[in-house]
Design a protein. Structure first.
Length: 312
């Protein structure tokens, strides 16, 4: 198996060292990327209460138009984008299966938790309202959110990794996650791992890592194709089929997301943001930004600062 490339792997700690479990709530106004392509060693449970989303997992595309639960296994490359301007967002719990370990090697440890940790047992890809396990699993998910200190099922401001060191809260979180495992196991929804390596997924990780490391510079199609030893024509078909967008559409989307981050988090002038994000022409950047957000960079920055002041 090829080693995973480091820059697409999330380097942030999900939770704390002693309790690696965190809650996230992501929100975005407008159509576009909600969560960029990444992967991590932890399990992730995603809850969509509604809206229109495209979820990509290991090159598979899932279109979500109603309430749903999705599961991300360790090492799986994934991203989320909104499909229209009215979409709200998603909630996620990211945790290391190790927090559920038992010292006594009972059946739960040897037949479920340990195989999940070793990558020999996979969570189901999704769980929909029509399935008998959906409501109890969803309720256990919302109970976990509540144990982090947030009202279950309520819309909240974006939450970038809520953690807790409270003993009682951690016990409730563990019990809720164990309940989810029990419900999935009772419905025979876990599946054995069939293969540990997918060459296409690793090639995609290579390409996306190259874009992440070089988006500030001029990127040509042949540069990307060379990373995975493909000719340019085949590469473009491969990328479009995998991501749902052309390579240049993806690169432009990535650059605009980075420009939004710089406008929100720094005091760089718009011309500097333009150059930092790989645009050599200010006019092109301004047009692309307005098409993407519906406003100009300066107006976006002012609105972002206004929102921060009013939320705080």
């Amino acid at each position: 198996m090829q080693p995973h490339l480091p820059t697409l792997k999330e380097v942030c700690l999900h939770g704390t060292k002693s309790f690696p479990c965190a809650f996230y709530q992501t929100r975005r106004a407008g159509k576009g990327t909600l969560v960029k392509h990444h992967w991590h060693d932890e399990v992730e449970i995603l809850y969509f209460s509604g809206g229109d989303f495209r979820l990509e997992i290991n090159m598979e595309h899932f279109f979500i138009h109603s309430e749903a639960l999705y599961f991300i296994n360790p090492g799986e490359l994934h991203s989320i984008s909104t499909e229209n301007a009215k979409s709200s967002g998603e909630d996620a719990i990211v945790f290391s299966p190790g927090i559920l370990n038992f010292d006594s090697y009972d059946a739960a440890q040897t037949q479920l938790i340990q195989p999940i940790q070793n990558g020999m047992l996979l969570f189901p890809r999704s769980l929909m309202p029509g399935h008998e396990a959906f409501i109890p699993v969803r309720d256990a998910f919302l109970e976990t959110v509540h144990s982090f200190g947030f009202p279950s099922g309520e819309a909240l401001p974006p939450i970038n990794g809520a953690v807790t060191d409270n003993l009682t809260s951690q016990l409730f979180i563990k019990s809720s996650l164990l309940r989810i495992l029990a419900l999935l196991s009772g419905s025979r929804l876990f599946t054995p791992t069939e293969k540990n390596y997918d060459k296409r997924v690793e090639e995609l990780k290579t390409i996306l890592t190259y874009i992440k490391e070089n988006y500030k510079e001029k990127i040509y199609i042949h540069d990307l194709a060379e990373q995975v030893n493909m000719n340019a024509q085949y590469f473009c078909r491969f990328f479009k089929k995998s991501i749902g967008r052309s390579p240049m559409e993806y690169i432009n989307d990535y650059r605009l997301k980075q420009s939004i981050k710089l406008l929100e988090e720094t005091d760089l002038a718009v011309t500097e943001v333009c150059l930092e994000c790989g645009y050599n022409n200010l006019g092109n950047f301004m047009r692309a930004f307005k098409n993407y957000t519906g406003t100009t960079p300066l107006k976006y920055r002012r609105q972002s600062q206004y929102n921060k002041v009013n939320i705080s």
